[in-house]
Ligand binder design. Structure first.
Ligand SMILES: *[C@@H]1O[C@H](CO)[C@@H](O)[C@H](O)[C@H]1NC(C)=O
Ligand SMILES: *[C@@H]1O[C@H](CO)[C@@H](O)[C@H](O)[C@H]1NC(C)=O
Ligand SMILES: *[C@@H]1O[C@H](CO)[C@@H](O)[C@H](O)[C@H]1NC(C)=O
Ligand SMILES: *[C@@H]1O[C@H](CO)[C@@H](O)[C@H](O)[C@H]1NC(C)=O
Ligand SMILES: *[C@@H]1O[C@H](CO)[C@@H](O)[C@H](O)[C@H]1NC(C)=O
Length: 420
């Protein structure tokens, strides 16, 4: 019997002596306590040692089997044929000192209650300004670790990935899913304008920012990933679209992302179990929202319906669920802010942050091409280019500034080079 259960029962047995009438209420109290306890699953037999693994699909599989065309034809008609929601954010470099502006709030919401107990979802929700200039999706540890089709890929702690990013992360959180056995990065990944990996049309909920400043949330067809007119600058894939246009979208997206029509067991458990959770989304001011619930699978935390409601209550308009369970990690300026649920490898009485896949890195204002194509330097979101290089990213040459030393022809335009 857990300590909390005793705490609830003892005051009743004491009162019984004073008010015999309450004898009759005791069985009722015990019944509600049992309900409260099963609601919490506060039972150590579920404590997953050593890792708190929370997966939406049966072993060896990942992703929905529907195409975006099927999704658009079987979703509610109020969405017409859209499988994504888009929201425009500013694409002019923010004024100010170039420092990251964000607000992090702690919250504790009652998400379930019985006559005698309340269950809380406890966590943080962070609102980030100027996401076009301050948010990057990173591969684990360093560039090139989730190559398309590579079998063995690298996992790294959020702390390590953030520390390795050459432009620095102020906040860093776990991102997309990965294969637990070999660390394979899953889903679509675009990092600072570089297409890292495509999910090959497998449908799960995505969050991305495009070159024209649109935040895109939802189900993205494969060909859109290769759109050169308006490419993605950042893109990460989760599982389950939590909030769509300010409404709880878990029930609908659960159907969209099921791996097949028969075996919905793992997905149902994944959605309904209480656990540590994390999400990325945006509000109606175009701020990116990073949210999490502290927890441990079956023991504490929130299910996805509750998590979506926590977000909606705080003005989130669209959000997707990212990796949770023992992967749930939040780091600020190199310091771990949350309480992970995985036991440490070497000292199992402690809890340690897990090595994960992609990372959401939030940094000071950064240029579109952070290194200005190596032809200039970035200052508060704008490149100042070395002559004769020019353009927003120092990617083109101004031919009136060079005669190529009389040894070649100058070629103008995007990413053109001088021939000597
Ligand atoms: C979606 O609907 C609009 C108008 O209802 C139509 O013009 C468009 O072609 C449709 N797109 C697809 C992909 O079916
Ligand atoms: C590429 O993006 C542009 C601009 O957003 C859009 O008009 C066009 O339809 C897209 N092309 C494809 C193939 O999706
Ligand atoms: C999206 O939300 C806005 C504001 O709540 C509402 O006016 C609009 O009808 C919604 N759109 C859909 C398709 O539900
Ligand atoms: C999801 O579906 C279940 C079962 O149909 C229903 O009881 C519940 O209210 C729905 N939740 C939301 C948030 O729509
Ligand atoms: C190229 O340089 C010339 C001379 O400094 C300047 O007048 C012109 O505006 C520049 N063009 C571009 C596209 O920067």
């Amino acid at each position: 019997m857990s300590a909390s259960l005793l705490r609830h029962i003892l005051p009743y047995s004491r009162r019984r002596r004073r008010w015999p009438l309450q004898y009759s209420l005791l069985p009722l109290a015990i019944l509600s306590l049992t309900v409260a306890n099963s609601l919490d699953h506060s039972n150590n037999q579920f404590d997953p040692f050593p890792g708190d693994i929370l997966t939406p699909y049966p072993e060896g599989r990942h992703g929905g089997t529907r195409t975006t065309r099927e999704i658009s034809s079987c979703q509610h008609t109020r969405w017409e044929n859209r499988t994504v929601e888009t929201f425009k954010v500013l694409t002019t470099p923010p004024s100010g000192d170039g420092k990251l502006k964000f607000k992090m709030h702690k919250y504790a919401d009652v998400v379930a209650r019985t006559p005698l107990r309340k269950r809380y979802a406890v966590g943080t929700i962070t609102f980030i300004e100027d996401p076009y200039y301050t948010l990057s999706v990173l591969e684990p540890s360093r560039k090139g670790t989730c190559h398309q089709n590579s079998y063995y890929t690298t996992k790294a702690t959020v702390l390590d990935t953030a520390a390795n990013y050459e432009h620095g992360c102020r906040l860093a959180a776990n991102g997309g899913y990965f294969t637990v056995s070999n660390g394979n990065c899953l889903g679509n990944i675009v990092s600072d304008g570089r297409l890292v990996k495509s999910a090959n049309g497998v449908q799960n909920a995505n969050f991305g920012i495009k070159e024209d400043g649109s935040i895109v949330v939802g189900y993205i067809p494969e060909e859109e990933l290769h759109n050169q007119t308006n490419p993605f600058r950042q893109l990460v894939t989760g599982v389950i679209w939590l909030v769509r246009n300010g409404t709880n979208y878990v029930n609908e997206s659960k159907i969209m992302e099921c791996s097949d029509h028969e075996d919905t067991g793992p997905m149902d458990t994944f959605v309904n179990v209480i656990s540590a959770r994390s999400a990325i989304g945006h509000d109606d001011k175009g701020r990116v929202v990073l949210a999490r619930v502290e927890g441990q699978t079956h023991v504490r935390g929130a299910n996805l319906y509750e998590f979506a409601d926590v977000l909606i209550k705080r003005g989130v308009v669209n959000a997707i669920n990212l990796d949770g369970g023992g992967s749930n990690t939040l780091v600020q300026d190199g310091i771990l802010l949350n309480y992970p649920s995985d036991h440490c490898d070497h000292e199992s009485q402690y809890r340690c942050a897990r090595e994960v896949s992609t990372v959401i890195c939030v940094h000071d204002v950064q240029c579109l091409e952070p290194d200005c194509n190596n032809h200039g330097s970035c200052d508060m979101g704008a490149c100042s280019c070395e002559s004769p290089w020019t353009g927003d990213t120092c990617g083109s040459v101004n031919c009136s500034l060079t005669d190529c030393n009389g040894h070649g022809i100058c070629m103008e335009g995007k990413r053109k080079y001088m021939y000597f």
